[in-house]
Design a binder for this molecule. Structure first.
Ligand SMILES: NC(=O)c1ccc[n+]([C@@H]2O[C@H](COP(=O)([O-])OP(=O)(O)OC[C@H]3O[C@@H](n4cnc5c(N)ncnc54)[C@H](OP(=O)(O)O)[C@@H]3O)[C@@H](O)[C@H]2O)c1
Length: 273
């Protein structure tokens, strides 16, 4: 099965990456180093995670060359705005010990000042032009905001990183993004370990002699989605990488229709009435 996918700007992104939200200090450094020396080529961080320096140290400790790996970071909401986001990326690059990132995202749309979010997009376009990021994208953008953004720019986001897992199958958003050539990147892909004893999931996991986490991740890979499970534990980092196996059509159908469907990550700003 393929392990990389080409995004609309022509840049390849590994389908599997290591998430690092809530991972900091030595735990984060060790997880990044371990992942990069055990089958992962891709790390997801963000200014808001306060761990870019740890990710940089973990990468350096791995001995992997910069060209071989894919690093994503995200502009935090307080750093939005044209000049501010440009300056904030300089700091991120320093912390990450790199001259460029592979993907730069707007972490959340700022609904109380959406113009500032669109200005931030213009900054990302400029940062890509300057070669400080190979590709640019958004995160947590629903269809209406993507529509709004596409009406104001010629540069289509390469990625929309959103919560996406077997318990939050965002079909409408996926269809829309596919139509526009925007790749979905699935965050919280094992639903933050909350549903591992779901009966249907357990049954499918037994059938393939895999764990529920592996089945949840394989479901994303079978849908051609990029995914970034987070763990700081070596055994789980390995488990979450052994996910490139085919699920039968009938099992995909069951997984496509699991209940309950539930959003686990909420940014209060975005979901207020
Ligand atoms: N753009 C955004 O707004 C946004 C929002 C949320 C997340 N993200 C990104 O997506 C990444 C993943 O999402 P997430 O961290 O929310 O959730 P997740 O990857 O679905 O789940 C992480 C949680 O599950 C545990 N876990 C992971 N694999 C496991 C396994 N095989 N067996 C048992 N437990 C396991 C981890 O614990 P241990 O670490 O203790 O193993 C951690 O508590 C984040 O780390 C971050 O990089 C982005």
């Amino acid at each position: 099965m393929k392990k990389k996918i080409i995004t609309n700007g022509g840049v390849e992104i590994p389908l599997l990456g290591l998430g690092t939200w809530l991972s900091r200090g030595r735990d984060c450094q060790r997880a990044v180093e371990f992942a990069l020396t055990h089958g992962y080529d891709h790390i997801d961080t963000a200014q808001a995670y306060d761990n870019e320096e740890d990710v940089g140290k973990g990468w350096k400790a791995s001995g992997r060359s910069r060209k071989e790996i894919y690093i994503t970071t995200k502009i935090s909401t307080p750093n939005q705005g044209y000049e501010k986001s440009i300056r904030s990326l300089e700091k991120s690059l320093q912390a990450l010990q790199t001259e460029y990132v592979d993907l730069l995202l707007i972490h959340w749309p700022n609904l109380s000042d959406i113009e500032r979010t669109f200005e931030t997009w213009q900054a990302l376009v400029e940062l890509q032009r300057r070669g400080l990021t190979r590709s640019i994208g958004v995160s947590n953008f629903p269809v209406d905001l993507l529509e709004d953004l596409l009406g104001r720019t010629d540069v289509v986001p390469a990625i929309n990183q959103v919560e996406f897992h077997t318990f939050l199958y965002q079909r409408e958003l996926l269809t829309y993004c596919r139509e526009k050539g925007i790749q979905i990147e699935a965050y919280s892909p094992v639903a933050r370990a909350k549903f591992f004893n779901h009966e249907k999931l357990v049954k499918i996991a037994q059938k393939y002699s895999r764990t529920p986490a592996q089945v949840m991740l394989a479901w994303l890979i079978n849908h051609d989605l990029v995914t970034i499970p987070k763990s700081i534990h070596e055994a789980r980092i390995l488990e979450n990488a052994d996910i490139f196996f085919q699920l039968d059509r009938e099992d995909m159908d069951i997984l496509d229709n699991l209940q309950p469907q539930r959003r686990l990550v909420q940014e209060p700003n975005l979901f207020k009435d």
